[in-house]
Design a protein around this ligand. Structure first.
Ligand SMILES: [Zn+2]
Length: 140
């Protein structure tokens, strides 16, 4: 049973639940194009390739990036200021959930074509069974 703590701010008269976001931080921010980071499929298909990963983890010093681009989490496509910040990020819930999301197969062009009935070597059954398992992003 999760405890929901209500904390009131007397001057504003507004009640706000703490722990309302389950560590899903910056959801609105992430949706903005200005701060858009790499998509999961880009990370999964490109960045996690061992040689790409090595290049990302040993980036040249970049003064425009946080921490001079020396502490980068490949899975989350995020720069950290210090080595400690990166290490504590690796232990965090946000990062672990990301690892889990990356284990699921990426949404590829082949899959979208299959969904649209354009599959080249389509071995679809003659009966019109639409695979409904696609798109069911189960949040555990
Ligand atoms: Zn991470």
């Amino acid at each position: 049973m999760m405890q929901i703590k209500l904390l009131s701010i007397p001057t504003m008269g507004r009640l706000r639940r703490s722990r309302a976001h389950h560590a899903r931080r910056d959801v609105h921010r992430a949706a903005r194009t200005r701060v858009r980071t790499r998509d999961l499929d880009q990370i999964q298909l490109i960045d996690l390739d061992p040689k790409n990963r090595a290049a990302l983890e040993a980036q040249p010093i970049d003064f425009d990036r946080p921490g001079l681009a020396q502490h980068y989490c490949v899975e989350c496509a995020k720069y950290y200021e210090t080595d400690n910040a990166l290490k504590s990020h690796w232990k965090s819930k946000v990062h672990k959930r990301r690892l889990k999301e990356l284990k699921e197969p990426a949404y590829t062009i082949e899959e979208s074509e299959r969904a649209a009935g354009l599959g080249r070597e389509s071995k679809r059954p003659s009966t019109a069974t639409i695979p409904d398992a696609d798109g069911d992003a189960v949040m555990a």
